[in-house]
Design a protein around this ligand. Structure first.
Ligand SMILES: [Zn+2]
Length: 530
């Protein structure tokens, strides 16, 4: 059944084509062109009036955690709550839907919503009453709990901090309701495990949400057991078997940093078992460092303290450089793509060193926050793609309060150097890291071109690193499809897969400051309207 999208303009995955029409035939694109010409090719195609909107290839998110994000949406979802008041209102509303005694679970709050980044049990008790609550924040490095949860876990003034974490306390040592890092487990371990059915429902809820934002494919950045989160691999398997997986997905199998090369046979077996239908477990995820906000991103030089003096902390490389290189090279030999998490300038350099000379399987480094200027050109030289979470490239509170003071001015200016990477010939791909941050591609594209969040009055952050709109769209479409080894997706051209999004306006025709006001109105996957 032919479909003719008319009355709008077109971005084809690489270029903005202005006013144009798109003809689809079942699961494939027939052509982009003039309405009358396309009509001649298929006189019976059903016509859709795009009303001045933009037709683009479906977005592909190159780094996302969909089952986890979906699960949070099904529970108490604080990711859209911008203030402490909004969080408490959302918790109160959700608590009203639970049976008496049920744990209140969910999360996604932002540290910036609370003084010192540490919300209190006392504040939450007013809306939860006696039911225990456990709510990790959006980067999962801390959790907010209420008094019932503290009681259930037996956490008192006398409870020592665990070796790998910290209990937030008042001046008298009484726990106040925020648990940092490893201390989260004191309460987290009491929460009954997510069931297979819940995780599967989370995957489908996440998929529905991403489709509503025009996302038609993605790379799931952790398939495996990691930090107490459940492995979404079986849920994908079940979705393929049930015919409910409508997105095209590559899964990145989790590299257990404690097991070295001995896990290779297992990864090969998992690739075999899990890959079927629209899901391919053909990537391996290696986390090489942490995050800058808690000083675990691996840096070439030490972090500064609050007064600007050098500390003795250079962050943390999870794998020694030689082990990282051995892993990367062995994986590439087996035709695994390697997907490295690297944020600090040392972490990124170690990742590039490890990938130097590896069999080219479209490897990528995600996050690329602090890139030493000497390393910028190496992405293109080594054929390694830069996987951008463009939404982060702005001067939000996390950046100004928790990052800039501790990096100092020079390294701060090396952050998210999208334009330099592009100028040096690097391949750019894009993703959200949802549920760490919003999965709406248009918000990320907005920041990529403006270096400030949509609607935010702040000064643009390193505006010389802004991308043009075509490049930002290309990264989120053809770029990310390339990283997923789909050369027939992320583009609108003859024989490409008919994964298409219609936006409510043409951001190329409007002001750059308004890109973020654009909304997806309709999404097709393989020609099927969702
Ligand atoms: Zn991630």
């Amino acid at each position: 059944m032919g479909l003719l999208l008319t009355g709008g303009s077109v971005f084809d995955g690489h270029r903005y084509r202005g006013a144009a029409s798109v003809l689809l035939d079942g699961a494939r694109v027939v052509a982009v062109g003039d309405r009358a010409d396309l009509r001649e090719r298929d006189g019976r195609a059903r016509e859709v009036d795009c009303a001045g909107g933009l037709v683009a290839p479906g977005f592909v998110d190159a780094h996302v955690h969909v089952a986890q994000g979906g699960l949070e949406r099904l529970r108490c979802d604080l990711s859209e709550s911008a203030t402490a008041e909004e969080c408490l209102a959302a918790i109160a509303a959700y608590a009203g839907r639970l049976a008496p005694g049920d744990w209140l679970l969910g999360g996604g709050w932002s540290m910036a919503s609370f003084p010192g980044g540490t919300p209190t049990a006392e504040a939450m008790d007013g809306v939860t009453g006696d039911r225990p609550a456990f709510l990790p924040n959006r980067d999962h490095h801390g959790a907010w709990v209420n008094s019932a949860a503290l009681r259930a876990a037996g956490i008192t003034r006398d409870t020592p901090d665990p070796a790998d974490g910290r209990i937030e306390r008042d001046a008298d040592g009484h726990p106040t309701g925020t648990l940092h890092e490893g201390a989260m487990a004191l309460v987290g371990d009491l929460v009954s495990e997510t069931t297979d059915d819940e995780l599967y429902d989370g995957l489908l809820a996440g998929q529905r949400y991403l489709h509503s934002l025009g996302v038609t494919g993605w790379q799931d950045a952790i398939i495996g057991d990691y930090a107490g989160m459940m492995d979404p691999g079986p849920s994908y398997r079940r979705a393929v078997e049930n015919g409910t997986l409508t997105a095209d997905v590559v899964g990145a199998l989790w590299w257990d940093r404690n097991r070295g090369l001995s896990q290779l046979p297992e990864l090969l077996a998992r690739r075999q078992v899990l890959s079927s239908g629209r899901f391919r477990a053909t990537s391996v995820k290696i986390m090489q460092d942490g995050v800058a906000e808690n000083f675990t991103a691996a840096m070439l030089h030490p972090y500064l303290d609050r007064c600007g003096h050098a500390t003795d902390n250079r962050g943390h490389s999870f794998l020694p450089a030689a082990d990282l290189r051995a892993a990367v090279q062995a994986l590439a030999e087996e035709d695994f793509q390697v997907h490295v998490h690297a944020i600090g300038d040392r972490g990124i350099r170690e990742a590039l060193d490890a990938l130097d000379g590896a069999k080219p399987v479209r490897h990528h480094i995600a996050h690329v926050q602090v890139v030493h200027p000497d390393d910028v050109r190496r992405f293109a030289e080594l054929g390694v793609a830069a996987n951008l979470q463009a939404l982060w490239a702005c001067a939000d509170d996390q950046m100004t309060e928790l990052t800039l003071p501790f990096l100092g001015p020079q390294r701060s200016s090396w952050q998210y150097p999208f334009k330099d990477l592009q100028r040096a010939g690097a391949r750019l791909v894009a993703g959200s890291d949802w549920p760490v941050s919003s999965p709406d591609p248009l918000q990320a594209i907005h920041v990529a071109v403006n270096r400030v969040a949509h609607g935010d009055e702040a000064e643009p952050f390193l505006p010389e690193q802004a991308l043009d709109l075509e490049s930002a769209f290309a990264a989120y479409t053809s770029g990310s499809a390339w990283i997923n080894h789909r050369d027939d997706a992320g583009v609108l051209e003859p024989d490409a897969v008919a994964d298409v999004v219609l936006l409510d306006r043409d951001p190329f025709a409007g002001a750059p400051e308004e890109v973020g006001a654009t909304r997806a109105v309709q999404t097709w996957v393989s020609g099927v309207e969702l």
